[in-house]
Every structure is written in C-alpha cells, then in structure tokens.
Ligand binder design. Structure first.
Ligand SMILES: [Zn+2]
Length: 143
C-alpha cells in the first residue's frame, strides 16, 4: 500500500500539526484507491477532542460523529475514507500501544513527529489483519 498525498495536502497537515503543538493534532484522508495506491483527494482536519487537555500531548480522539460525517462526505462524492493522520509531539513517528489498540486493519495511518514545534518525520503505517503490529508503508508526495 502506498499513501499518495499532494504537496498542498502535506502543507495543510504541516500547518495543522505544528499549530496544534504541543498537543497531538489529527485528521482524516478521503479519496480513492487504485491498484493499491491510496490517492488522497481531500483532507478533513479534526480538532483533538481528547477530554483532558493535559493528556492531549500523547492522546488524541477523533469522535465517531466526525468519522461518520467524513464517511458521508466521501460516499456522496464516490470516495472513501482511506485513513487517518495524527502527530506525535516530541516523540518518534512510530505507533504507540494506544495507537494499536485504537486502529483498524486496512486503513493508512500517517504519523508525523513534531519536534519543538516543527514537523520532522512522516511515516505511514498499516495495522496487520490480526492486529498484532503495524507494518510500515510508503508515503508518496506529488505536486
Ligand atoms: Zn500515536
């Protein structure tokens, strides 16, 4: 699986995760899959709704109604939800146990490491079918 982002999307994500620092920031990818390539056509930037603000530095929540709204928007335009992104403020761009417990197979999970307020490392992960671990996938940024 390859996650393909346009440069403009990457710029939007960068602004969102750097703006959210030191809290985690998150969002949803909408688009189409063609031959194993997840082509992102639209982003939904989501406010981190994790209840305790102090815990937002290492936790994030995309509420179910937000996912439902994204699903409706996607279906209405012949797209689907391709995956999700969130930031790891001052932590590596690797999924935590929390991430594994809250992820679903198939979806692309982009994690952006934000060090001292700057987005540095971008990595895409996919949860194994048996949910035991994540496999790293490829991020492609096109003009
Ligand atoms: Zn995480």
């Amino acid at each position: 699986m390859i996650l393909r982002l346009r440069q403009a999307h990457q710029d939007q994500i960068r602004a969102h995760v750097e703006g959210g620092y030191p809290a985690e920031a998150c969002g949803i990818f909408l688009g189409r899959e063609v031959d194993g390539v997840r082509i992102v056509e639209r982003l939904r930037l989501v406010d981190n709704r994790w209840a305790d603000p102090e815990e937002q530095t290492h936790r994030f929540l995309i509420p179910p109604e937000e996912v439902l709204a994204a699903e409706r928007e996607a279906v209405a335009e012949g797209m689907e939800i391709l995956g999700f992104f969130h930031s790891h403020p001052d932590h590596p761009a690797r999924p935590s146990n929390f991430d594994r417990e809250h992820a679903w197979p198939w979806y692309a999970y982009l994690i952006v490491s934000v060090e001292n307020g700057r987005a540095t490392d971008w990595r895409v992960w996919e949860l194994r079918e048996d949910r035991s671990a994540f496999i790293e996938r490829t991020l492609e940024v096109v003009p």
